[in-house]
Design a protein around this ligand. Structure first.
Ligand code: HEC
Length: 344
């Protein structure tokens, strides 16, 4: 509950005071979740011994952040959002983006936002013989299985980052594994010289696995941490996706209707309503603004896909719900558009 509601309840005991029951009210664009945690050293996992400064990436407007030593509290996050925490604690630690933090309908406590030390970055550059330039970023990806355990044996063919140097691999103690050609017991792979903007992983034609990594922010001179969930084989696509039975319920289950409903004032954001009937939502998406929200000629550029995803440069959408283009709901929407965006 927010302070304004509490005041209202206290007042209402005495004087009678109405506030809207759904808790919407003055919540920033439909969300008021909080995330708390601390900034930890990447290698040791212990809280850094410095005053951290913390911001977020992927939320618009940026939520309010307060810090105390290594601890942080982030407030005003919309439900169903995936975002990154940018922790900075100079001079010992480099600015580091956390792996994606995903919130659905409740607050999260005890989040660890790791910061990579300058000492480790120096050690890696020497061991791997690379000279990182200030205009590029560094990406650390931890490859894990679907249960979250580190995955060994993931090779360079399985994880590509266009234009970058790497992957290089870290050993079980997060030190450089100079001779390694695949992930070790730690699961960590590192790419240097990554172009600022947004990074996602590609796979070569000979890749043995599919890696689902959140599309992540990259900043010049900063480190980006990410998790890559590894499954065997190539991605599989659904077919004959139904708008009415598959996609329409998703707009409620993934929280789009919190901001795109016609039932309350101020909630029809972007002029888009996704609640009511499947038929009404279809008209809104496909017919009301032709070739905009849904674009059958260039499916990936449809606003219904780009707005809830990370874009480079960022678009005007307040939050990101589809952390990667392997999100099953993203894939279903994409296939439905490729199949002609039918009212089916
Ligand atoms: C926290 C509130 C919020 C949530 C949740 C949200 N949206 Fe939005 N959406 C907005 C706002 C605000 C805009 C208008 C952005 C702008 O262009 O300025 C918008 C715009 C859009 C547009 C473009 C409309 C147009 O014609 O310009 C699409 C499509 C869209 N959202 C789809 C979605 C989908 C799909 C979801 C769920 C996965 C979703 N949104 C969740 C707030 C939200």
């Amino acid at each position: 509950m927010r302070a304004s509601q509490l005041v209202c309840i206290l007042l209402s005991l005495a004087a009678g005071c109405a506030f809207d029951g759904d808790g919407g009210g003055d919540a920033p664009l439909g969300g008021s979740l909080a995330v708390t945690g601390q900034v930890v050293d990447f290698q040791s996992g212990t809280a850094i011994d410095a005053a951290a400064s913390v911001t977020t990436s992927g939320l618009l407007p940026a939520p309010q952040v307060t810090t105390r030593g290594a601890e942080f509290t982030i407030e005003g996050i919309p439900e169903n959002s995936a975002f990154q925490i940018l922790a900075s604690a100079p001079p010992a630690h480099r600015q580091t983006f956390s792996p994606a933090v995903v919130v659905t309908d409740s607050d999260k406590d005890g989040i660890e936002a790791p910061a990579v030390s300058e000492a480790l970055l120096g050690q890696l550059a020497t061991a791997f013989g690379v000279t990182p330039t200030a205009a590029k970023g560094i990406l650390f990806v931890r490859l894990v299985d679907s249960a979250g355990a580190p995955k060994t044996g993931v090779t360079a063919a399985d994880i590509l980052v266009a234009g970058a140097v790497g992957p290089k691999f870290l050993d079980a103690n997060l030190a450089p594994a100079t001779g390694a050609t695949a992930t070790t017991a730690s699961g960590w792979a590192v790419f240097f010289e990554v172009t600022p903007g947004a990074v996602s992983l590609g796979r070569s034609g000979t890749a043995a696995v599919t890696v689902d990594m959140a599309t992540s922010p990259v900043q010049a001179g900063a480190v980006t941490l990410a998790e890559g969930i590894v499954t065997n084989g190539a991605p599989t696509l659904p077919t004959n996706v139904s708008f009415a039975t598959t996609l329409f319920p998703m707009f409620a289950s993934r929280g789009c209707v919190a901001c795109h409903s016609g039932n309350g004032p101020g909630k029809e954001l972007g002029g888009l309503k996704l609640d009511g009937s499947a038929n009404a939502a279809y008209k809104e998406l496909v017919l009301e603004k032709p070739n905009t929200r849904v674009r059958t000629g260039a499916p990936e550029t449809s606003l219904v896909l780009t707005y809830p995803s990370r874009e480079d440069p960022p678009d005007r959408h307040p939050n990101i719900t589809f952390a990667s283009s392997l999100d099953p709901d993203y894939v279903r929407l994409l296939v439905w558009i490729r199949e002609g965006a039918k009212d089916n």
